[in-house]
Design a protein around this ligand. Structure first.
Ligand SMILES: Cc1ncc(COP(=O)(O)O)c(C=O)c1O
Length: 445
């Protein structure tokens, strides 16, 4: 038998500089609450809730127990034509959190699958209402909608697109909403609401009646926390209503209390027709995503098929997996029992003040914050993204996990974090900023 030993070589890691990682691995051996522990036993505070996944803290005993109990009695149910109690219970709990008109939930296994499913639901709905000719999708520059072909087609991040030219056709991008006019802003910027008129211009150019759906992240998370300017989402909703366009909110990051309310839809007071979610749905413990839709969309698709026929030809082998549902149901319990969303809301002002204290640092170009998420953007050096990558690595060895996208460090504390945890994150962030500041001669900037 060929024995390979404990090699890092075989695993092709996702969204990772494989050669750099394998030369200097960063392994997590254990996680508990707000902390991660690496291969040396060092304690690392989690400044990004993993990847915005774990607001209730790592290794929550109630989630572990719920999954364990579930796995003892039923490890798998074929989801096409069969069901198990957990998925119905979870859908009912999720529907209690979504806006009033949104009461039907389709389960998937990730945010990317949620996005592609949402697009297909929009197509099925347009078909059901006799408007199958709507064949154009509208998204935004600097959007991130996951990595499947639908989501990549709708994304506005060059690195995620340039290698994959053969994506979905007929996608038009609006401009992103970072104008540079409201630097160091906590909450919604005053400027930029008029960028919603991009959608009107697209309707005027292509015909609003040809547009199948518009998709936006209420707050563009992965590209560095771009908060919607005041009035922006309201105007997008207004244009969609006027043109009969399906509006999708991609709430994979913003959902489940990150903005203080249940979903960003409630925080901003704008209700989409379809919303995607994932990540915090199971506290990141088991892969799961979901798409929630307005009753009229569900009814139209269901009623357009003859009795007894499958109404929507879509689904995944692991849709509504029993283990994921058990984790999701446990998480729904924790949201209520531990007042997780209230904690998120209560911590936000402290977090904003703390993160904005980095404003005085010469390496910091902008800080954008809302709810329990903030993007700290550093001046690029020596090439775009290089400093961000180096800082993320150095923070890890300095005892802080922060996810960087390009040169933006995205801080997103867990909802169980206390002010002293926030202080620890910001203190360690500053230490690494200082180290990088000293490492580069001023004139070289
Ligand atoms: C807004 C948004 N949509 C979709 C995704 C993709 O989710 P996943 O990585 O679970 O496929 C992400 C991931 O960060 C996201 O932020």
């Amino acid at each position: 038998m060929h024995y390979q030993g404990n090699s890092l070589e075989q695993h092709w890691m996702p969204f990772t500089a494989n050669r750099a990682f394998k030369a200097e691995p960063r392994l997590i051996r254990r996680a508990e609450g707000t902390y991660l522990f690496n291969q040396n036993g060092d304690r690392i505070i989690d400044g990004s809730s993993g990847l915005f996944c774990s607001p209730a803290g790592h290794c929550h005993p109630k989630i572990i127990e719920a999954v364990h109990e579930q796995m003892k009695v039923n490890t798998y149910t074929a989801p096409f034509g069969l069901g198990h109690d957990g998925s119905f219970a979870l859908a009912a709990e999720v529907a209690k959190l979504t806006p009033e008109a949104i009461n039907h939930v389709f389960f998937v296994n990730s945010g990317s699958e949620a996005v592609d499913t949402a697009l297909k639901i929009a197509m099925a709905y347009n078909n059901a209402r006799g408007q199958a000719y709507r064949n154009r999708f509208v998204s935004r520059e600097r959007a991130y909608h996951g990595v499947n072909i639908g989501g990549v087609s709708l994304s506005g991040m060059v690195k995620n697109r340039e290698t994959f030219p053969l994506v979905m056709p007929n996608v038009v991008l609006m401009r992103h909403t970072w104008t540079g006019e409201d630097l160091f802003c906590a909450g919604q910027p005053d400027n930029g609401g008029e960028l919603a008129e991009d959608l009107q211009r697209i309707c005027d150019t292509y015909g609003g009646g040809q547009i199948a759906a518009v998709i936006v992240e209420p707050v563009a998370g992965s590209t560095g926390v771009l908060v919607p300017p005041k009035g922006y989402l309201e105007r997008i909703r207004e244009i969609c209503d006027a043109q009969g366009i399906v509006l999708i909110f991609d709430e994979v990051i913003t959902g489940f209390g990150r903005m203080g309310e249940n979903f960003a839809a409630q925080t901003f007071g704008v209700t989409p027709d379809i919303m995607t979610m994932a990540k915090a749905l199971t506290n990141g413990s088991i892969p799961m995503g979901a798409v929630a839709v307005k009753d009229e969309i569900y009814d139209a698709v269901i009623d357009s098929s003859p009795d007894g026929a499958i109404e929507f030809f879509h689904g995944y082998t692991y849709s509504g997996h029993p283990a994921a549902c058990a984790a999701g149901n446990a998480m729904m319990g924790l949201i209520a029992e531990e007042g997780l969303f209230e904690r998120s809301k209560a911590l936000a002002p402290y977090f904003h003040e703390a993160v904005m204290s980095l404003k005085d640092h010469p390496l910091v170009r902008d800080i954008r914050a809302i709810g329990l998420i903030a993007g700290v953007e550093v001046h690029p050096y020596p090439a775009p993204g290089a400093r961000g990558t180096a800082m993320q690595r150095d923070m890890f060895w300095g005892g802080l996990h922060v996810k960087f996208t390009g040169d933006v460090g995205i801080l997103a504390p867990q909802f169980i974090a206390e002010p002293e945890h926030v202080d620890e994150m910001i203190g360690k962030f500053r230490t690494v900023l200082d180290a990088h500041d000293k490492a580069v001669p001023r004139a070289a900037e």
